[in-house]
Ligand binder design. Structure first.
Ligand code: S3P
Length: 172
């Protein structure tokens, strides 16, 4: 069994909400990579994108992941784009059981359509289409990076989800 559990998946798939509940259930600490980045920069992810750009954010994300991956007894929620960098996946894999929260497009769209905190989705006229396109590009990476895939839709019960993850982690 690895030291940590890392949650990966698209924006809106529930990494933070599920991560917090899972950490409680497992008596592990909860680490949110985006929150660590925000604390480091003393500004929101949206502001970092706006003022310093995506490359700056991705460099910081890589640095933070390489540090946080060294912790133990943690549930780690990653940003949805973290799997785009192979180095991140490699670092996380060394110490974590990786869970892909595989949410349906309907579920993602419902949760993201009125959200303005995700800079990657803000410039689009057709948000649903953009979510579909981005997910299409990323899905393979999520699948390849994961030790376990948990399907999520709008009716998924959070307690069932965290129980399922716990069971898979324990037998890993
Ligand atoms: C991103 C996802 C966000 C955040 C940033 C970029 C992405 O995290 O890291 O806005 O590229 O998918 P969440 O998945 O927690 O929304």
């Amino acid at each position: 069994m690895k030291d940590n559990i890392t949650l990966i998946g698209f924006m809106g798939s529930g990494k933070t909400t599920i991560g917090k509940a899972l950490a409680k259930l497992m008596e592990m600490k909860f680490v949110d990579i985006d929150k660590v980045i925000e604390a480091h920069e003393k500004k929101s992810v949206a502001k970092i994108f706006e003022e310093k750009g995506q490359i700056y954010f991705r460099d910081l994300e890589r640095e933070v992941i390489s540090q946080e991956a060294l912790r133990n007894n943690c549930v780690i929620a990653t940003g949805g784009g973290s799997i785009l960098d192979n180095e991140n996946v490699k670092r996380l894999k060394e110490t974590s059981f990786i869970v892909f929260l595989n949410a349906t497009i309907d579920c993602l769209y419902l949760r993201l359509k009125n959200n303005t905190t995700r800079p990657i989705l803000n410039d689009s006229e057709d948000k649903r289409k953009l979510i579909e396109e981005l997910l299409e590009k990323r899905k393979f990476l999520y699948m390849m990076s994961a030790d376990c895939i948990i399907d999520i839709d709008s009716n998924t019960n959070i307690y069932e989800t965290i129980t399922k993850i716990k069971e898979k982690y324990i037998v890993s």
